[in-house]
Design a protein around this ligand. Structure first.
Ligand code: ATP
Length: 520
């Protein structure tokens, strides 16, 4: 039994992994067999980025809706006829849960007759061999790959192959899908598939495409990594006007779109992952008229996407307004505002902001202010025992960062003045060393004590040495003048403590008696 679970876990993001476990457990609890299917399996095997998760259950996925919502998932649409739910799982993971089904096409251009089926039957209704695989998520067979059309071999050969001769006749949206996948992966159509494609094109089967399929394909464009390229390819093949009659690349705001993709990339590098889909749709349709845009919007299956796209400009305006008001009067306030704003809004505004001050603030947020994190005075914090072990550490580090942003901690004096009241009490000094006979006895006892201490290791009395605070993102020591750092070894004992812990100076008398005892 080929086990793809390891590959799957390796290839999915942590949030996608959680999503798989969530859907698997909910389906299992409802007594339904569940499989990962479609593009997710293709991408796991081929190594391309996994954009979304497609699940197929043997049963009605609409019955899982309540349970999914209870875990924080958002069900943005449900197709009662095909029994599909469109979900955003926690962590912004896009997913689709559909019912395993047979689709029987009785008349060209008419929706298929749908009946419940097994997973293998379901795979037969799919578009291309590379999309007709399933990975079992069920106990007993978890990790088993079902690949009745040898899609894995076509992935290896980098070919798109339809499952049968009527693929494009049954559902002409597959013509658009063929071109989209071919442009995305740079995989050609297999020879016979190409012939079927040409013939379907010649016979103009595309005019039988359903509105549901048009909406679905437009939505898919929004999630492409290079949507402009896909739109160009579709236009060349005359498929773009099938999606909307007056849609051409001239109607696309190409500058805005490429700026959006660049900014998105930068945000990803900073650890943000904004959903670019609403903004992609905005730029792709920038020069279509209102009616055309609203017609397209009505066809988008995911209602939350359609609404986010519709409200994009208004929401950007209100964020811009807040950025010019009191709420963003200082760098620290602006930082807080932008950190808590919806990432997709920050992304969109970064590209579209008209006011110089707004654009500058967003630019600072991603560049200049980020570098201030490197000035967090870690040395002074360590010196004062303000280390990550301290429950209040994140709060203090954050406050320090805010003050640095506002230019309020410029010197070591200012830093210490702020930090000292927040410092925890220093650890108690070690007991003074024993002298004379007592010392000898203590020395003799030492190994036994050491052994005991080792056993107690985590006991009450153990005093851990102060660990240096974990750096914030790319934190480096402050530029405030500091003592040179030791070359290696444990962190030096802070000056304050060293003073307290050092043994008292011997009085001349006791020094004498010590000398005398040495002579003996
Ligand atoms: P991606 O999401 O990466 O664009 P995908 O293959 O997951 O690619 P989806 O549109 O999400 O594409 O569809 C999920 C799966 O549903 C496909 O992999 C395919 O198996 C099936 N599917 C989607 N549309 C069709 C169609 N028109 N005809 C047959 N099967 C389809």
């Amino acid at each position: 039994m080929a086990d793809y679970i390891y590959t799957m876990e390796l290839r999915l993001t942590p949030n996608q992994q959680k999503g798989v476990t969530l859907v698997q457990d909910i389906a299992r609890a409802a007594g339904m067999n569940v499989y990962l299917t479609g593009g997710a399996v293709r991408d796991i095997i081929s190594g391309f980025a996994i954009r979304d998760l497609d699940f197929t259950v043997q049963g009605n996925p609409l019955k899982l809706q309540k349970e999914l919502e209870r875990t924080g998932a958002v069900v943005s649409a449900a197709d009662e006829d095909l029994k599909v739910i469109y979900v955003t799982l926690p962590g912004a993971v896009r997913a689709e849960v559909s019912s395993a089904r047979i689709e029987r096409y009785e008349k060209t251009g008419k929706p298929p007759v749908v009946t419940p089926a097994t997973i293998i039957e379901d795979l037969r209704r799919r578009d291309f061999t590379v999309n007709a695989m399933a990975l079992s998520l069920n106990p007993g067979s978890r990790g088993l790959l079902m690949d009745p059309f040898n899609g894995a071999a076509d992935i290896e050969a980098k070919l798109l192959r339809v499952l049968h001769n009527y693929a494009f006749v049954e559902d002409p949206s597959r013509l658009i899908r063929a071109l989209r996948f071919s442009a995305r992966f740079h995989w050609p159509l297999e020879e016979r598939t190409q012939a079927r494609y040409e013939s379907a094109k010649e016979n103009n089967y595309i005019e039988y495409i359903t509105n549901r399929a048009i909406g679905y394909e437009i939505e898919q464009l929004a999630y492409e990594d290079d949507p402009l390229n896909i739109v160009r390819v579709l236009e060349k093949e005359n498929w773009l006007k099938v999606l909307s009659p007056h849609w051409t690349t001239a109607k696309v705001d190409t500058t805005g779109l490429s700026q959006l993709m660049k900014t998105r990339q930068q945000m990803n590098e900073f650890g943000y992952s904004p959903d670019p889909a609403p903004a992609v749709l905005h730029f792709l349709t920038a020069r279509l008229n209102d009616k055309e845009v609203s017609d397209i919007r009505k066809l988008i299956p995911r209602r939350d996407l359609a609404e986010a796209w519709r409200d994009l400009e208004d929401n950007a305006k209100s964020l811009a307004k807040r950025l010019t008001g009191k709420e963003a009067a200082t760098p620290s306030r602006t930082w807080k505002l932008l950190s808590s704003a919806r990432q997709e809004m920050v992304l969109f505004l970064a590209v579209t902001a008209k006011q110089q001050s707004v654009a500058q603030k967003i630019k600072n947020f991603f560049t200049k202010w980020r570098q201030v994190q490197q000035k967090v005075p870690l040395a002074e914090m360590t010196e004062l025992y303000i280390t990550p072990q301290l429950p209040a550490y994140p709060k203090i580090a954050d406050e320090v960062f805010m003050l640095l942003l506002d230019g309020k901690l410029r010197s070591r004096t200012e830093i210490l003045k702020f930090l000292k009241p927040l410092a925890p009490p220093p650890p108690p000094p070690p007991p003074p060393p024993k002298r004379g006979r007592g010392a000898k006895a203590a020395a003799a006892e030492a190994p036994a004590q050491a052994a005991q201490a080792g056993a107690k290791k985590k006991g009450k009395g153990a005093i851990a040495p102060p660990a240096p605070p974990a750096p914030l993102k790319r934190a480096e020591p402050t530029k405030v003048p500091q003592k040179p750092a030791p070359k290696a070894g444990p962190a030096p004992a802070p000056a304050r403590v060293a003073k307290k812990a050092s043994p008292k100076k011997l009085s001349p008398k006791s020094a004498k008696s010590k000398k005398a005892s040495k002579k003996h």
